[in-house]
Design a protein around this ligand. Sequence first.
Ligand SMILES: Cc1cc2nc3c(=O)[nH]c(=O)nc-3n(C[C@H](O)[C@H](O)[C@H](O)COP(=O)(O)OP(=O)(O)OC[C@H]3O[C@@H](n4cnc5c(N)ncnc54)[C@H](O)[C@@H]3O)c2cc1C
Length: 212
Amino acid sequence: MAVTDKTAGRHGISAFILEKGTPGFFPGKKENKLGLRASDTSTVVFEDCRIPKDNLLGEPGHGFIDAMKVLDGGRISIAALGIGMAQGAYEAALHYSQQRKQFGKPISDFQAIQFKLADMATEIDAARLLIHRAAWMKDNGMKTTKESSMAKLYAGEVAVRVANECVQIHGGYGYIKDYPAEKYYRDVKLCTIGEGTSEIQRMVIARELLRP
Ligand SMILES: Cc1cc2nc3c(=O)[nH]c(=O)nc-3n(C[C@H](O)[C@H](O)[C@H](O)COP(=O)(O)OP(=O)(O)OC[C@H]3O[C@@H](n4cnc5c(N)ncnc54)[C@H](O)[C@@H]3O)c2cc1C
């Protein structure tokens, strides 16, 4: 993205394709992340980077508007990423609760653990339905700004809650790297931050609700 018309505000931003190897275009340092460590993240640097007009992507001045449309789709993907991890954390917790015995019985026999599992499964289902609605609408060419944000907001927050309960159900082993619980706990947190934070999703949803 580059500001191509300083007087036009959000209509003065244009999108361009940059080929790897273009002089002045290079990655910054690899970030040392809390989670999702198998996927590299870094800034990208543009330093006196000149590119031809032919590299324009879309219409001049439409970069910001096009990016917002891309986010409507991207947020469905992040929601799906979150719910996939939540499902993994739930299954790990379910399995562990049936194996681990305390006071002479599997901990899944305790109602306190059963209620956690029930809440986890219910919230995952609800989030999945929100994602399916947004994806169905997108597949059918409909505008999904509100529905994408609702799916992303809810799925991201469910994923964080489910991963937290997964660690809790694993007890001490939840804190130890021999089990997957701590990895889920670290990985899911991106889902309330990336592609727009939960606060930004609430702003987007509210803006759509209040639109005249
Ligand atoms: C692992 C990882 C990968 C990423 N990958 C990409 C990528 O590929 N491409 C890309 O473009 N970006 C990427 N990002 C950036 C990501 O999209 C941003 O970090 C995210 O959108 C939040 O923006 P910020 O970090 O500037 O937070 P800030 O905007 O500084 O927010 C800080 C806090 O203030 C709150 N806040 C900010 N504004 C408001 C407001 N108006 N009202 C209320 N609260 C507010 C936020 O919700 C948050 O709690 C990545 C980030 C991470 C961690």
